[in-house]
Design a protein around this ligand. Structure first.
Ligand SMILES: Nc1ncnc2c1ncn2[C@@H]1O[C@H](COP(=O)(O)OP(=O)(O)OP(=O)(O)O)[C@@H](O)[C@H]1O
Ligand SMILES: [Mg+2]
Length: 505
């Protein structure tokens, strides 16, 4: 049917050409009237509706998100059918992503109905006067054509299907980014995120690891669930533990597992709550927002704790700025809490917020209560299971005669995965699995000795304290005894004196 309309179109085109020749001899106003009625006649009889999606929109000529989504949608479906395709570099620079070339047409089917997509491009003179590039610029657009009887289907479901699918494909094809905030600016700058860490290579207790992966998976697939329970689609993770236990490594593994972007938020460079909000609003969904070392970032507890009178007087003296400026010159705990679960935290969805700290006990309980930081994960010293992961990563060994010694030592010595990894790393071509494992055993034995001597020192100090305390008690007792005796003799003297005076009387 649509083909017949196409042939009718070409007949019309020849007619138009003929008309262009004839119209030289017609008066101008007659030509305008004929054109108007012919347009009306065509729109009355032509049963198809067309929607145009231009590449650039708005006054500032921003690239249209709808265009990008349609492009991605068509790239997934048209590469099988279109005859003229364009290729571009995708997520990893080794793979080419195909899309429909200009002036090409493909058909699509949705719910048993046929749709036609075509791409077009028009050259227009460049608006910029000074440019090294050619003076022409291409204005591209996609056109969707469908029968007018399907108008409702298109408006109700087909367009949202195209957008949703297109966005998904776009995210799959994109190169992931690591964003960071710049001092005194509310703009994120980014680099390509290419960290090799994964849950496979992460050394930690396997049960704990599985639980985290399950949790992340449920979050990723939880769009409908979060909507059902009326909660913004976000989740907070608190990673705590000593330095070198893999908190930052875990964040990279999470980002790779979920295929999310990472926003590394440096709180100390954010001037105030308003800047923090602006930065937050700029983040996109499918991302992890990270604040590392939250306890060092800011004195977050200050605003909530009751200040003593003395402290208040001190801070009054220090104040040089007017109160309103002082208030707005840094990020406060309440600002941060709003950032996590305030009203504007609900804009956009599918975001993880991760805090890391070496000192969980220093954090305000309000900041880390469940609901804000939903999952608390302790990253601890290396256990034997975690060591086996590192041995597989670094040395390609699953078992070794030295493993038993290492297992025994790990029960006695606290060693971080970072230290284990450092010892297992091959430092010269002569290093092999056995020599690296021996290095680790040496390091652990050394740590054990140091620990033992520390403990011995501590217990000597304790003994000295006990002795000092003991001496104190003894001398105290002596003093008590002396004072008792003095009191008794004094009483005796008084009694004797009284006895004497009584006798005299
Ligand atoms: N659990 C782990 N699994 C695998 N490698 C680890 C692990 N923990 C530490 N490492 C290794 O040690 C290095 C340092 O670890 P990482 O930076 O993740 O520690 P961290 O806990 O973030 O420390 P900090 O508290 O100082 O920021 C990593 O680059 C990685 O090679
Ligand atoms: Mg770290």
């Amino acid at each position: 049917m649509r083909e017949q309309w196409a042939s009718l179109g070409s007949t019309l085109a020849s007619f138009m050409f003929l008309w262009a020749v004839i119209r030289q001899f017609f008066p101008f106003h007659l030509e305008t009237i004929i054109a108007k009625y012919s347009r009306k006649l065509t729109s009355f009889t032509y049963p198809y509706v067309q929607i145009k999606i231009p590449e650039y929109t708005g006054e500032r000529m921003k690239r249209s998100e709808a265009y990008a989504a349609v492009e991605a949608y068509l790239s997934a479906s048209c590469s099988q059918r279109a005859r003229k395709l364009k290729a571009d570099l995708g997520k990893d620079s080794t793979k080419l992503v195909l899309s429909m070339d200009d002036h090409e047409e493909v058909t699509d089917e949705f719910g048993g109905t046929k749709f036609w997509w075509s791409s077009s491009s028009k050259s227009t003179p460049r608006t910029q006067v000074l440019s090294f590039h050619p003076t022409q610029e291409e204005k591209r657009s996609y056109k969707l054509t469908f029968h007018k009887s399907n108008r409702q289907l298109v408006l109700d479901s087909y367009l949202s299907h195209v957008l949703e699918e297109g966005r998904e494909v776009g995210i799959r094809n994109r190169r992931r980014k690591l964003y960071s905030n710049n001092p005194s600016s509310t703009v994120w700058s980014h680099v390509v995120f290419e960290h090799p860490s994964s849950f496979e290579t992460l050394a930690m207790d396997p049960g704990k690891k599985r639980e985290i992966m399950k949790d992340l998976d449920a979050f990723r697939k939880g769009k409908d669930y979060y909507a059902k329970i009326g909660k913004a689609w976000k989740r907070g993770y608190l990673l705590y533990g000593p330095p070198g236990t893999g908190k930052s490594t875990m964040i990279s593994a999470m980002a790779n597992f979920l295929d999310y972007d990472v926003y590394d938020l440096e709180l100390t460079t954010v001037k105030n709550n308003i800047e923090l909000r602006k930065l937050f609003i700029e983040t996109k969904s499918k991302s992890i927002i990270v604040i590392e070392d939250i306890d060092c970032s800011l004195d977050l507890t200050g605003k909530r704790k009751q200040k003593s009178k003395k402290e208040e007087d001190k801070s009054e003296k220090k104040k040089k700025l007017p109160p309103e400026e002082e208030e707005s010159s840094k990020v406060t705990l309440s600002g941060l809490l709003n950032f996590i679960d305030g009203l504007w935290s609900a804009c956009g969805g599918e975001r993880l917020i991760v805090f890391t700290t070496n000192h969980i006990e220093k954090l305000d309980p309000a900041l880390i209560r469940r609901g804000r930081m939903d999952k608390h994960i302790e990253m601890s010293y290396c256990c034997f299971e975690a060591f086996k992961v590192l041995a597989r990563n670094y040395l390609d060994v699953e078992s070794h005669p030295l493993f038993d010694t290492i297992r025994d030592l790990m029960e006695e010595v606290k060693i971080t995965p970072a230290d284990v990894a450092e010892n297992l790393m091959r430092k010269s071509v002569d290093d092999n699995a056995a020599s690296c494992l021996e290095n680790l055993i040496l390091a652990m034995n050394k740590a054990k000795e140091e620990e033992a001597s520390k403990q011995a020192e501590a217990s000597t100090e304790e003994n000295v304290e006990v002795e000092v305390e003991g001496d104190g008690e003894k001398s105290g007792a002596k003093e008590d005894e002396a004072s008792k005796r003095a009191q008794a003799s004094a009483d005796e003297t008084v009694e004797r004196e009284e006895g004497k005076s009584g006798a005299k009387e």
